[in-house]
Design a protein around this ligand. Sequence first.
Ligand code: HAM
Length: 431
Amino acid sequence: MRPTKIPVFFSTLPGVCMSFRAPKGTDDVLPPESRRWRELLRSWDLLAEQYGYAYVATPIFEATDLFARGVGEATEVVEKQMYSFRDKGGRHLTLRPEVTASVLRAYIQGGLSGEFKGAYSGPCFRYERPQEGRRRQFWQLGVEYLGAPDAEADLEVIELGYRYLLDCGLGDVVVHVNSIGDAPDRVAYHALLSGWLDERSHLLSKDAVRRIHTNPLRVLDSKADREVVADAPVPLDYLEGETAAHHDQLIAGLQERGIAHRHAPRLVRGLDYYNRTVFEYIPPSYAAAHNAVGGGGRYDGLSRLLGGGDLPGVGLALGLDRILSAAGQSPPARALDVFLVVADQERRSLAHAFARRLRAAGVRCDLVAGRRSVKAQFRAANRRDAALAVVIGAEWDRGMVTAKDLSSGDERTIPAGEVAAWVIGGPEGGR
Ligand code: HAM
């Protein structure tokens, strides 16, 4: 999938050669794929802004305790997957395995109050067994809606992720949704579930047995124990009044908004901070081992856990790596709109001035550095994947250039002032 050419470096030790590869489970993002990558990031920023979310950036590493407390000591992420280390000052730090806990920490530390809608994108790190869609460094696109207790906030977040995935070309995506209740509902339900699981412990996997008393909910969506838990009691059947009403309002809203969804009674998610709504985006055509391209839910208790006041919250994160493999690579747009070919070398500085004008008009434009033959410049135009080659030669004195469409070979002499219009509207765009 990736180029396998290995750069060779010479060590300072005579005769010793070393080669380097990216660490296992990490990827380089190179052109032309990087264009689609950037496109998806840009459209995420734009869509989040359209829904009123402001961009948030938090550190790539945080105190280990933030994730241990926030995500939960008994979760797989904290137990097995964190990249934790001590810095030279002896502080326990961790490369972020997710961003929600960081956004909450930043909100509390920044002394913010009231409603807050934040959007982010960036790398996260989990020590997982690498495979397609399961990387050790991966990119998340997310939003967090803080301070809004109402089911309408859950709906907005779900709708935003759904719309984005449709725009990415994942037309068959279905939102799997469940409610795991609030802490009071869960006391009774956990006791019931633990008892039910205890009676069947001889049938359960080792991991499930370990979780019966620490994190029984997680056993519900354990792949290894699917058959055993098929008729276990599910959280939805034990919701109390307000929690049940919240869920009903959510389902009615999904229907009203035309969001394809399905009730998933055993969906509990792998992070411990959730209450009430949990959801995942599943495109059925994406057959990788882990088929959710994103997920999220409500976390009304997280702020208190992290030392803040009462603050409801709901959010989602999508995995960019998974979206790219699920959506496939649509043919990337051309890398450049215009490549300038300078026929008379004495016109080089004119060509540079023209390039600056085109760029100021929003045209992606480039030219070779230094003197080269016209043939070499055309070769460069093709190699750099430009849509148009624009030749600056003798006709420049009449305000004209020759523009050549590098796909069709269509060539015309046009006024220099019409190049930007051709880029935007095609050969007739300037007329
Ligand atoms: P999560 O389900 O752990 O949720 O991760 C969200 C998404 O990140 C996954 O659906 C997947 O697309 C991607 N992802 C996770 N691990 C990997 C991996 N090893 N390789 C590639 N992609 C991966 C969260 O992280 C929550 N913070 C979501 C959230 C936001 N909940 C509330 N607000």
